[in-house]
Design a protein around this ligand. Structure first.
Ligand SMILES: Nc1nc2c(ncn2[C@@H]2O[C@H](COP(=O)(O)OP(=O)(O)O)[C@@H](O)[C@H]2O)c(=O)[nH]1
Ligand SMILES: [Mg+2]
Length: 179
């Protein structure tokens, strides 16, 4: 059995905790508490330390999902969570004010890790208008400009088949354990 540690990151409200909750088959560890600051207006609870869940995909593959806290004041946790990771999933909230800026922020925040491991970008909460526009292409271009060949996929993170697609992109990536 091989253990694969995958980081799930992205802004507050993107759907990271939802992703880990819907996909994991183990008991999920969540450390959400009542938000005490500006995130309170967005939702009642926010992840302060991390989310954690696991899934056994086949006899050889166990995936450990680690959700990072979304707020910048917890960014000291990101480096800890990133140690020994096999890949990074950036979840974006397409209905946020500036998803493109969010993407750039997370690409830079995880630049060191992304040098070594594959990345996939899941665009959650996407509208019909965005689907029919060049929204995804613009995000794809931002990834390319950053130097990443990551796929950008529109997802409904509440559906396990969509989350499965993101996880499989990481596991089947060529960028295998590159140092
Ligand atoms: N409309 C819609 N809401 C979603 C979707 N995914 C998550 N949510 C909701 O968005 C809120 C934030 O999700 P959460 O997983 O806590 O985000 P996190 O801050 O990234 O962990 C929750 O109330 C979810 O129920 C989605 O695909 N569509
Ligand atoms: Mg969360």
């Amino acid at each position: 059995m091989f253990d694969h540690k995958i980081i799930v990151t992205g802004p507050v409200g993107a759907g990271k905790s939802t992703a880990i909750r819907t996909y994991s088959t183990s008991q999920v560890v969540e450390t959400d508490i009542l938000a005490s600051d500006q995130t309170q207006t967005m939702k009642e609870a926010t992840t302060v330390a991390m989310d954690y869940g696991t899934i056994v995909l086949d006899a050889e593959t166990k995936v450990h999902l680690y959700g990072t806290p979304g707020q910048e004041r917890f960014d000291f946790m990101w480096e800890i969570l990133s140690k020994g990771s096999r890949g990074v999933i950036i979840v974006l909230n397409a209905s946020a004010r500036n998803p493109l800026q969010d993407l750039r922020f997370y690409l830079h925040a995880f630049a060191d890790v992304l040098d070594r491991v594959p990345l996939v970008i899941g665009v959650n909460k996407i509208s019909m208008e965005q689907r029919e526009s060049d929204f995804i292409e613009k995000l794809q271009q931002a990834a390319i400009d950053f130097g990443s060949d990551a796929d950008v996929l529109a997802v409904d993170i509440r559906k396990r088949k969509d989350m499965n697609k993101l996880v499989k992109r990481i596991l089947f990536s060529d960028k295998l354990f590159a140092k």
